[in-house]
Design a protein. Sequence first.
Length: 237
Amino acid sequence: MTELRILRRKNAEDKPYWQSFSYTTDDPNAAVSTALTELNARTDLRDMGGEKAEPIQWECSCLQKKCGACAMVINGRPRLACDSKLAELGEKVTIEPLRKFPVVADLMVDRKAMFDTLQRLKVWAEEGVTISEGSQDDAFEAAGCLQCGCCLEVCPNFYVGGKFAGMAGGLPLARLIAQLDDSSKKEVLKAYRKGVYAGCGKSLACRDICPAGLDIESLMVNSNRAAAWKTLLKFRK
């Protein structure tokens, strides 16, 4: 039996409170997402104290580690619910919403600020591009970003409303830096310098937390070289 201790609130204005539920399964691959889905499927959902409970509000989509929608804080660590096996988490599992974003209800948060940042940075190509053979690996790696927000949760420099985009913005820009030829990426490099390079403290907490396992350090080094160091060398000549 697993105890799921969930930090809940009915809405953004409601005071948060803890509520525990028991969940039992013989499936060794059952994840936190499995438990949340099955708890909400109960016609009479009750907590461990026998009190009647409202369905747990949370977000999901693919449940296959491809969309990032089910990101939450599990046992103190930002993770995807679909990729967090109960068998590996212990008998008591603590589940909270991401802390860097406004809470909507229970485990649901409003990540609009992250997507607004992507719009501000214009992380898209204005026209079709042909990727050179030497940059294919970087472009492919950066394209694996799930936009889940886990990296922002652990980043000491990111906060909602700040100018620093974090790697949730840095990776889409890294993809463009790898894809575009030199004559087409002036604005992209400028956006990277202002939105990522200038605010990054290089703690690399994002590298260790990324659910997709992306090589963030390598992508950051290559993007820094293109956006910052080449520019500095040009001005010194």
